[in-house]
Ligand binder design. Structure first.
Ligand code: DGY
Length: 331
């Protein structure tokens, strides 16, 4: 009997990914709730040509060096900043991700945060739970108007555009800053391209939609926060380290900006000191793609990517296609 190819999965992901993988491979699933350590990954994946990981799992050069049998890593998520893709490529390891399927869910959650910070939903909720609502008054928890305000999108990829589409319903003006021009996409959502400085100075809501790279790490630092209006709100559903979180705490505390809605954190799952004590922030635990349908679609896509990668096909969502040049991978 032919031995089945072993693959390691770092979390019991929702259906249908695991049954798909089990029909093709001998699957070992890590059962801990917390992210596996490097030693735990090596223990499970040492002999495996394939591995499926979550965005919280760090696959750095040191770990890759300990996994010589590895040929493909399927990331359960679109952002691949948790993986040293350059080193994977150098070692002939394919890296795949799950784009598109989470765009709408993440755009929805961006709006959930934007509305929550604008209309002080968190403060109102806490007031009710504390039994502190003593009756309607005209000046209680007044928030920011959306109509006529300006939404500034940093980055203009799939998720940013889906966020922009929703802005029309709120009658907001949309501006964006991106590395390259996207005239057709911009026209479709009536968004105006501007410089980052302009965006920070003009936007009432600054929403981040860039991948985490060396160039975007701390893109929103103390200086950038100082450029924002004192009434403006920052929304981050991208990656925590795009923002200097300690500088953000200081800016929120000193009233340099009006508020923030965060789904992601610089040292996730930890938060910067002082953040949780602030009233003018809404804090969510990385829920961007957390809907039943989206998580199932991500599961299907991640598993499908791994099946293709290990069966000699080019995976549909290959992040490092250069790995195939010269037939380095997939052998
Ligand atoms: C991603 O996919 O990168 C998200 O952060 C998790 O859905």
């Amino acid at each position: 009997m032919k031995t089945r190819t072993p693959v390691f999965v770092t979390y019991p992901i929702p259906d249908p990914g695991l049954p798909t993988l089990r029909s093709a491979f001998k699957v070992t699933v890590f059962r801990g709730r917390a992210a596996p350590t490097a030693d735990e990954i090596v223990a499970g994946a040492e002999a495996c040509p394939g591995m499926l990981v979550l965005v919280r799992d760090r696959v750095d050069a040191a770990l890759l060096a300990r996994l010589p049998a590895l040929r493909a890593i399927a990331n359960y998520g679109v952002g691949v900043d948790n993986i040293d893709v350059a080193e994977a490529t150098r070692r002939g390891v394919m890296v795949t991700n799950t784009p598109d399927v989470l765009t709408e869910a993440t755009a929805d959650l961006t709006w959930a945060l934007l509305l929550a910070v604008a209309r002080r939903v968190g403060e109102g909720e806490r007031m009710m739970r504390a039994g502190a609502f003593t009756g309607w008054t005209p000046d209680m928890l007044r928030g920011a108007d959306l109509q006529g305000s300006t939404l500034g999108l940093v980055g203009f990829g799939r998720i940013a555009r889906a966020v922009a589409r929703r802005a029309a319903g709120f009658r907001m003006r949309v501006i964006h800053h991106a590395r390259s021009e996207h005239p057709e996409a911009a026209a479709a959502v009536e968004s105006r391209p501007v410089s980052l400085d302009q965006l920070l100075g003009e936007a009432d809501f600054v929403s981040l939609h860039v991948p985490l790279t060396p160039a975007t790490t701390h893109l929103i630092d103390a200086a950038a926060l100082r450029q924002m209006k004192p009434t403006a709100h920052l929304i981050n559903t991208a990656r925590g380290a795009v923002v200097d979180e300690a500088a953000l705490v200081a800016a929120l505390r000193d009233g340099l900006i009006g508020g923030a809605g965060l789904d992601v954190y610089e040292r996730e799952p930890a938060m910067a000191d002082g953040l949780a004590e602030l009233e003018n922030v809404v804090l969510l635990p990385h829920l961007g793609s957390a809907t039943v349908g989206t998580r199932a679609a991500m599961s299907r896509m991640a598993a499908g990517n791994l099946v293709m990668a290990l069966s000699g096909q080019r995976p549909t969502h290959l992040v490092n296609p250069e790995v195939l040049v010269g037939g380095a991978a997939g052998g």
